[in-house]
Design a binder for this molecule. Structure first.
Ligand SMILES: Cc1cc2nc3c(=O)[nH]c(=O)nc-3n(C[C@H](O)[C@H](O)[C@H](O)COP(=O)(O)O)c2cc1C
Length: 208
């Protein structure tokens, strides 16, 4: 079983990265193989909106994109994984542009006939609800702003997963990160660890 974490923060050692690491460690504690993708280190170019990937041969699991970068390799590993942990800070009330850029390029995992106007794409390799995703969003605004700051981020990250038939297990919003007391940070890390462990339990249950 493999669980991949995607870090949408440009800061590799910030609180978002720390929480993601804790969640991945929790997944590993249940026997999962883990990997963290730092999106800032990857060559991911902006979607240019040609939709060639989406219209490409439906027998392909990943539609071919004319852009030559790391995305095809990332998507290969993505499809081979059983679970995901998505982590992004809130920037201006949404996920970071780094995370959004990655999410847009995931459209290569969907297929839509060119003539099917106004229709949503379908998953090329539907997960049939056997895969799971957990999400972490961090923000300066305190936990009581979860609805305003966290929910738009969760919704944005979740949209493709719904099409891919990957179910969300948990959405963790961690607010007040700027001046967080050490004890609170450790509490949140423990919660993220437990969330990662539960993710693996849920994947196992879904796959048996
Ligand atoms: C450009 C920018 C925009 C931000 N916008 C928000 C925001 O809308 N709401 C919020 O709660 N925090 C906001 N923040 C604070 C970040 O969410 C916070 O610094 C981040 O979660 C910390 O994670 P990191 O350690 O990975 O950088 C913003 C920070 C930056 C740099």
């Amino acid at each position: 079983m493999k669980v991949i974490g995607f870090l949408g923060s440009p800061r590799l050692s910030g609180i978002c990265a720390r929480l993601l690491d804790c969640a991945l460690a929790g997944a590993a504690s249940k026997g999962a193989e883990i990997k963290r993708f730092d999106l800032i280190k990857m060559d991911i170019r902006h979607c240019m909106g040609c939709c060639k990937c989406m219209f490409d041969d439906p027998s392909l699991k990943i539609g071919r994109c004319p852009l030559s970068d790391d995305m095809a390799t990332i998507l290969e590993e993505y499809l081979a994984a059983d679970g995901y942990i998505m982590a992004s800070p809130v920037y201006d009330g949404s996920v970071t542009s780094l995370m959004k850029k990655f999410l847009e390029r995931k459209i290569a995992l969907t297929y839509r006939p060119q003539e099917a106007y106004a229709k949503i794409g379908e998953a090329r390799a539907p997960a049939e609800f056997k895969k799971r995703v957990a999400m972490i969003v961090t923000g300066n605004c305190s936990d009581e702003f979860r609805e305003v700051m966290g929910d738009p981020c969760f919704e944005m990250m979740e949209a493709h997963f719904m099409i891919e038939q990957v179910m969300t297990t948990e959405k963790m919003y961690v607010g007040g990160v700027e001046n967080m007391a050490d004890a609170v940070r450790e509490e949140k890390c423990a919660a993220a660890h437990a969330m990662g462990a539960r993710l693996v339990d849920e994947i196992r249950a879904a796959q048996t």
